[in-house]
Ligand binder design. Structure first.
Ligand code: SAH
Length: 400
């Protein structure tokens, strides 16, 4: 029997705008019995079909959409079709599909499923009950479309608890090494696919890492830039900076395992004009300022300081502090490369915070580049949460 969710008349038309989540508070009534992961038809208050998806009565997000077509069933074929479409999209828009985000959940019409591709190894996150109970179909479709040698499940993410799912990380299929070497913009990068942060590597900044190229040579005789990168993780921006001609990079991260891999990534690409530091970036920046250090370029790509709206006040202070200090460490006319991956830090607020930092630091900012995540992180227009990454390059001029 078809289970139906009736939505309230008074709700906002988020679903019609492409937002695939239905919250408990939007539901008027249920026809049939909801069980975790069951297929459900989502209808408006008059019973008119809106979408079909899966439900989870234990979650605040009571249902997520898989199809807007009344004639499309939620079956194995839907998963194959979606996964194939996601892959075709990458092939159409990425220059190199060897390593990329192959499936980006909601934005690929597969809510709750993330797949990162590291050559022939896939790292998968299953973030919802509806996806968990359809794992066999997902596995089959991934094998058919992407032909991996091995798949690793990184289901050790706390959001799974909100769905009533346990946390685990294990081989799902085939043969999975501890590490994979990928190519990004022609550079060699080692990724720890079993124990790295999140799914191992942050693909969303791929194009932004390439965007720093023009900053790495400065002055009339084009000498190499002196660069400070804070929150370097496994050295993505650092190896790019060196490749594009930086004279020297100092790269800081609080995680020793991340710095170990960053060190190897620099060596793998033949660079030794780099110093790696395991430290809290807040302390490092304060210390560098006290010592009167100066750089041509400062790169700041911190973790999400605001994981919720409640954490926003503290996050704003954090973003302001690191950016203010970063600006002060630049020579006149140097470049600040700065990012925020907190959705709650909306673009306008991020810009305001940077402006506020510039005011206190007595700097004038000239915008060189503004962007978001790369094309393997598509965005659905009606889903603001998908627009999480802000990335900017400013030239920083002294005032007063
Ligand atoms: N720029 C990186 C991604 C950064 S992810 C890239 O391009 O791959 C954020 C990083 O910040 C993580 O590696 C994490 O270990 C580090 N981190 C978190 N808090 C920190 C702190 N207080 N000081 C320094 N590093 C920190």
């Amino acid at each position: 029997m078809t289970v139906r969710l009736y939505l309230k008349k008074s709700r906002k038309k988020r679903l019609e705008h492409g937002h695939p989540w239905v919250y408990q508070s939007e539901v008027e009534g249920v026809e049939g019995t909801l069980t975790p992961g069951c297929t459900v038809e989502i209808v408006n208050h008059q019973g008119v079909f809106l979408a079909r998806g899966y439900a989870n009565p234990q979650s605040q997000i009571i249902a997520r959409v898989l199809t807007y077509s009344p004639s499309e069933a939620v079956d194995e074929n839907l998963f194959f079709t979606r996964i194939r479409a996601a892959w075709e999209y990458r092939q159409q828009f990425l220059q190199d599909t060897g390593a990329c985000r192959a499936i980006y959940g909601e934005a690929d019409f597969l809510p709750g499923l993330i797949v990162d591709k590291y050559n022939d190894i896939l790292v998968v996150q299953i973030l919802s009950y509806g996806m968990e109970v359809r794992k066999d179909w997902i596995l089959q479709a991934l094998k058919d479309v992407l032909q991996p040698r091995g798949i690793y499940l990184r289901n050790d993410v706390p959001v799974r608890r909100l769905e009533g799912l346990s946390l685990e990380a294990d081989v799902w299929f085939g043969d999975v090494p501890d590490e994979v070497e990928i190519l990004e913009n022609g550079l060699r990068i080692v990724v720890n696919v079993r124990e790295g942060q999140k799914t191992g590597y942050f693909f969303d900044q791929r194009d932004n890492r390439a965007a720093i190229a023009p900053l790495m040579r400065c002055g009339a005789n084009q000498q190499g830039a002196r660069v400070l990168e804070c929150f370097c993780h496994t050295g993505g921006f650092t190896v790019h900076a060196l490749h594009y001609g930086a004279a020297h990079v100092t790269a800081v991260d609080i995680s020793e395992p991340a710095i170990d891999v960053a060190r190897r990534n620099a060596a793998l690409n033949g660079f030794n004009n780099v110093e790696f530091v395991v430290a809290n970036a807040f302390d490092y920046l304060r210390e560098a300022e006290r010592n009167g250090q100066r750089y041509d370029v400062v790169i700041l790509d911190p973790p999400a300081f605001a994981k919720s709206r409640r954490a926003l006040e503290g996050a704003i202070r954090g973003y302001k502090e690191i950016n203010l200090r970063g600006m002060k460490l630049l020579r006149d006319g140097g470049f600040l490369v700065t990012a925020s991956c907190s959705y709650h830090m909306l673009p306008d607020l991020f810009q305001e915070t940077l402006l506020d930092a510039a005011l206190d630091a007595h700097k004038i900012l000239r915008l060189v580049h503004w962007s978001g995540a790369g094309k393997d992180h598509p965005e659905i227009a009606g889903v603001p949460e998908g627009h999480y990454l802000k990335f900017a390059i400013f030239q920083v001029h002294s005032r007063g």
